[in-house]
Design a protein around this ligand. Structure first.
Ligand code: ADP
Ligand code: MG
Length: 380
């Protein structure tokens, strides 16, 4: 049985006499017990609306939310067996870490004081804050405070765990550390979790599955690798991956694609996928463009604007046929800013999207080895 299910979930905000705002439009998502789903998308796409509705903090306009098979649309938040952690984790400032973690348990369960203490101490030890239980929030660092906030939710041993951008207030290094920590915790506890973030890196690194939203609409649900290698549309292709995929707007001309000064000939199978389209977008990731000597099929001249060295690699920002693009090259490769280079765009690495709808017409070819395929496919 699915642990958490959204069926045609729609949320419309109707504020006074203004036009209704559609927060989330016809969302379908299923999580099995223990799944870790990352809900990701740009600001305003409906992530918090979805999470708050699952928690019972917002009403459902249409559709159903099911927990353990039961429709909970009308259930009170406290009856849903859910714990939620927000970006602004708002610990009670006058309470110690122990009191902050015990408070909810005391309010919502009839556990004895001793049982509450046991649970709080066990979770605090697991989270590495066992020694800090006597401290008030202001005596704790940002990371320690966030651990207390997570611990406060975990001690309740909920059926479903909801996290809304819980790491946004932390600095980059601590964020990376807490990412791993939350994953380990979730693995150990095996609690069904929905984790909301606008950060595609968090989505890629943390999720068993990711669901990408834009404008209240679901764009794709899949494993991180599936969304990376086989995006369903141009939005997903551009959102997942950092630096972003490069896009060329092109016209279909017989079996060639044309844009300012670039002619790209398509093999028969790829041409088949664009047949009938007037304009398409060609997408290729920064790591798939090659710096080559001489000219040939699927190459173009490019002007190098800026080199961004990261040590092991360089990002080369260049311009080809009026389109700006980013190319990932080895760190030891020396290219002068302002110079001209030849770039190759291997045909097996390109994605083609409909110019009209943005839907993927053809994704890049995939490595065929088994370990890759295993990670690529959905494992519920
Ligand atoms: P996210 O968390 O992805 O940034 P939200 O779920 O907060 O996005 O918001 C989704 C959409 O719903 C936005 O257009 C937002 O302005 C709108 N919205 C959110 N909360 C309310 C509200 N209480 N009243 C009216 N509109 C809202
Ligand atoms: Mg939000």
């Amino acid at each position: 049985m699915a642990d958490l299910e959204l069926r045609n979930f729609t949320k419309v905000y109707q504020a006074g006499s203004t036009d209704p705002i559609i927060g989330v439009d016809d969302l379908n998502i299923t999580l099995e017990e223990g799944n870790f789903l990352v809900l990701v998308g740009p600001s305003g796409c409906g992530k918090s609306t979805t999470l708050r509705s699952i928690a019972g903090l917002e009403s459902v306009s249409e559709g159903e939310i099911r927990i353990n098979g039961n429709v909970v649309n009308d259930a009170k938040p406290k009856d849903r067996d859910i714990a939620m952690v927000f970006q602004n984790y708002a610990l009670y400032p006058h309470m110690s870490a122990r009191e902050n973690m015990s408070f909810g348990l005391k309010m919502t369960t009839n556990l004895s004081d001793e049982e509450v203490s046991d649970r709080v101490e066990r979770v605090a030890d697991m989270m590495g804050i066992g020694d800090l239980l006597g401290d008030k929030p202001k005596e704790l660092s940002g990371g320690q405070q966030q651990r207390v906030a997570l611990g406060r939710a975990i001690v309740r041993e909920p059926q479903v765990f909801l996290l809304d951008e819980p790491l946004s207030n932390l600095d980059a290094k601590l964020r990376a550390h807490m990412r791993t920590e939350i994953q380990e915790l979730q693995n150990d506890l095996n609690i069904t979790t929905v984790y909301v973030t606008h950060d595609q890196t968090e989505a890629m690194t943390m999720g068993d599955k990711i669901a990408i939203l834009d404008g209240g609409k679901l764009q794709q649900v899949g494993t991180p690798l599936e969304c990376y290698y086989a995006p369903k549309n141009r939005f997903v292709a551009g959102f997942i991956g950092e630096p972003a995929m490069n896009f060329f707007e092109m016209e279909v001309d017989n079996s060639d694609l044309l844009s300012d000064g670039i002619r790209y000939s398509l093999s028969e199978s790829r041409f088949d996928s664009v047949r009938g389209e007037g304009r398409v977008t060609l997408g290729i990731r920064p790591e798939d463009i090659e710096l080559v000597d001489g000219s040939g099929d699927h190459t173009a001249r490019a002007k190098v604007n800026v080199i961004e060295p990261l040590g092991d690699i360089n990002y080369m920002h260049a311009e080809a046929g009026g389109t700006e693009l980013t190319v990932k090259i080895p760190g030891e490769r020396y290219v002068t800013e302002g110079s001209e280079v030849t770039l190759a765009f291997p045909e097996d690495k390109i994605h083609l999207f409909s110019g009209e709808t943005g839907d993927a017409l053809c994704n890049r070819s995939l490595p065929t080895d088994e370990s890759f395929s295993a990670q690529l496919s959905l494992h519920d």
